[in-house]
Ligand binder design. Structure first.
Ligand code: SAH
Length: 478
């Protein structure tokens, strides 16, 4: 985030937050940069104003909405000069729905934006000027990629069901006919489920009164097998017209192989409740990433963009340079996706993951692929379990892979990695800022960051994924 410059302080108006502009001012300014969320950054005498949908190089009339010490927020009233990176957002509800943030940018500009975010983070936070950051690998067709739809259900003014997305920063449901980042089958399935439920007069759940039945429609598609799972989340154990629903859903969608009922009676924003029952078909749908087969249940975590997942994991595998006799640790392993990918080329892979259900899925997937002999999955905090593996069991990995959540790796884990001295570290990251922070620690611990490859897993959104290759310094520099 931009800091208040010296000049701004001197020019500050008579306000306690030192801003050179005030709420409700209308100013003309040029955008110079983008925030990591994809908003435009305009400067007024060095003071940063964050304005949604502004693009670098564009000049616009801006209304100031809020000022704080060091930065403020504004709203674009009119564009005076447009960037060549601007495009018409194809989704009709883009500016209402909070799901996508970058549809007003050409895809090429989105890829450049993501690359720059990674580059800036490693330079500014990590202090690593020398590290090559490759151009972001994007999708050929950056639409209709999501394999999972989770859609809240509400009641229209005319009493019929609506299903869509919560309006930005609110709990108003926008009725939606299509979500163009969803795979076609999911998109259609949501409409079909909504219409069938409406036909049987099933009532939507109402958050305020905590009454009504249907809370969410969730659909998951396995790309490679085209199997479809439908999950109905209700407020209470009762699912009216269950038999009719099953019959009609199957008839309308021949690819459905699994219909699941989940009960969530709590007053909460969390989608799923504790009780899950398969009411027709199989417990799992099956998908392949490369040659590895995955069983996906209603509650399993699974990557939402399978084709780009393959690109990301291929890169991780390339950076790991496995020859077949390596011991590998995969920390934050989830359902073992990366672990199994690596196991195809390693002697043994140890996966560690905090959520017990994910570890059960990982073990099941290992068996499914006949890789259970050469993989070990354990439940625990990586920062607790890995040091124990090291000290008590003398485990010594050749390659250490991490794929932590947004907050990055625990410092204790980073220290253990440094103590263990693997030849290589492969760091998959969904947050450039924490990646840069962690790379800095690993560099101090004797590792050299060789290169970083951003991969666009979530086109049209501001999420940034990358994979980094590090090597033990003594190894190739002696
Ligand atoms: N590598 C997996 C999942 C990565 S998401 C994949 O590609 O599918 C990050 C995972 O880290 C989540 O599954 C989360 O449950 C897990 N996690 C979060 N904190 C953890 C910790 N301290 N120790 C181990 N796992 C953790």
């Amino acid at each position: 985030m931009e800091r208040l410059g010296e000049r701004t302080t001197m020019m500050a108006k008579n306000q306690n937050n030192n801003a050179p502009v005030q709420k409700n001012d209308i100013i003309t300014a040029t955008f110079e940069d983008l925030t990591h969320e994809g908003a435009g950054v305009a400067k007024v005498d060095g003071y940063a104003l964050f304005v949604p949908y502004g693009l670098p190089g564009e000049t616009a009339k801006i209304k100031v909405l809020k000022t704080k010490k060091g930065y403020g927020f504004g709203k674009m009233l009119e564009r005076i000069e447009e960037s060549r990176d601007r495009t018409d957002a194809p989704c009709p509800i883009y500016y209402l729905c909070g799901g996508c943030q970058l549809q007003h940018m050409t895809y090429e500009a989105q890829l450049r934006f993501k690359h720059k975010q990674v580059q800036d983070a490693v330079t500014r936070i990590g202090g690593l000027d020398h590290v090559p950051v490759h151009p972001t690998i994007g999708m050929e067709d950056p639409w209709r990629y999501r394999n999972k739809a989770q859609v809240p259900v509400g009641t229209r003014d005319d009493g019929h069901l609506k299903a869509g997305f919560f309006q930005k920063r609110s709990h108003r449901i926008i009725d939606m006919e299509s979500c163009i980042i969803q795979q076609g089958a999911n998109d259609e399935a949501v409409q079909i489920v909504k219409n069938i439920a409406d036909h049987y007069n099933i009532k939507a759940y109402d958050e305020e009164s905590h009454r009504g039945t249907l809370r969410h429609i969730v659909t998951r598609q396995a790309n490679s097998t085209e199997q479809l799972m439908i999950i109905l989340v209700t407020n209470g154990p009762d699912l009216p017209h269950k038999k009719d629903l099953i019959h009609d859903l199957r008839e309308a969608m021949p690819n459905v192989t699994s219909i699941v009922h989940n009960v969530n009676s709590k007053k909460t924003n969390v989608i799923f409740g504790e009780k899950t029952e398969v009411i027709w078909g199989d417990e799992y749908i099956y998908d392949y990433i490369g040659d590895i087969k995955f069983a996906i249940s209603a509650r399993s975590f699974y990557q939402v963009n399978p084709s780009q997942t393959k690109v990301l994991y291929d890169k991780a595998l390339e950076y790991a340079e496995l020859r077949g006799n390596e011991t590998v640790i995969d920390a934050y392993c989830g359902i073992g996706t990366i672990s199994l990918f690596l196991a195809q080329k390693a002697r043994h892979v140890y996966g560690v993951e905090a959520i017990p259900e994910a570890v059960s899925d990982a073990k099941r997937n290992a068996k499914l692929n006949k890789l259970d002999d050469i993989t070990t999955f354990a439940v625990g905090e990586a920062e607790e379990l890995v040091p124990w593996w090291h000290k008590a069991n003398g485990l010594q990995p050749d390659v250490f892979v991490v794929d932590p959540p947004r907050k990055g790796c625990d410092e204790k884990l980073l220290q253990t990695m440094i103590d263990m001295q693997p030849e290589k570290i492969v760091y998959v990251s969904c947050n450039p800022a924490t990646l840069a922070r962690d790379l800095n620690i690993l560099e101090d611990g004797g590792y050299e960051t060789k290169e970083i490859q951003p991969v666009d897993m979530f086109p049209q959104t501001n999420h940034i994924e990358s994979v980094t290759w590090l090597e033990k310094r003594s190894k190739r520099s002696v």
